[in-house]
Design a protein. Sequence first.
Length: 312
Amino acid sequence: AKMENHTRTSEFNLVGFRSPPGSQLLLSVLFSTMYMVTVVGNVCMILVIRMDSSLHTPMYFFLENLSTLDICYSSVIAPRAALAFLLGRRSISYNGCASQMFFFSLFGTTEAFFLAVMAYDRFTAICNPLLYPVIMSRRLCVLMVLGSYLSGCINCTIQTGFTFSLSFCGRREINHFFCDVAAVIHASCSDTAVNELVMLAVCGSIIVGTASVVFLSYGYIIITIIQMPSAESRHKALSTCSSHMMTICLFFGTVFFMYAQPGAASSPNKSNTISVFYTLVIPMLNPFIYTLRNREVKGSLKKQLKRKGVFL
């Protein structure tokens, strides 16, 4: 009977952001623009880091990986959503929905772990500056990135596996603009109590775990900065952290609101708007936050442009 239920639902309808045709076009333009800015901004970030050997440090290695992740993250959702708003075709196949959820969960979870890794990197740089080159070896950096992706893989396999073991009968509407775990669970005609518990337990523990690493690291960083003797050294230490702190507050604030609270699966309208924030706005803002707040990146950018003859 379970298999029958599965084959009966060959596709879903994504009904998030239903509105008059005029505003659908506006949404399509908005999503497309944000996506293009995300891709261009993050590709530029990767190129600047790649081309300047003075930026070949652990901090920028993680930043380069974060930019790559942000491009992947947005690519899973934005192009398809923009096309759906433009053409009015809101159906997504059963397998398409499952793969979108899989990759979205993979990149989203990996991003949370990345931010924790980057917080640990800043903690080591500021609190143990003498041991920093020894602790943050190339090998450890690569292992941390691979570990983040592995954690993402484990989470997305659990989430997608559990969600798509549910039955989907008559009501095939998903109140979202992409196949988000909570929204798909909400569309099922099975008893979803276990799924909601699994989502809360797994996502909650990931968010609380990574956020704890972040806040502990920054707690120590702030104490260390306060104890620094000169105002100049305090300012320098703060400037290397401020951009990362901004990204963290944006990311964990929205994600915590979305997944780490009971009843997350039962308030889809509110979550539609918030998820635009972490699926599109944050990946788009990241390169700007890191470039504008970072003297080294700005300096490197000027140097590259000068070399290309842009600044005469």
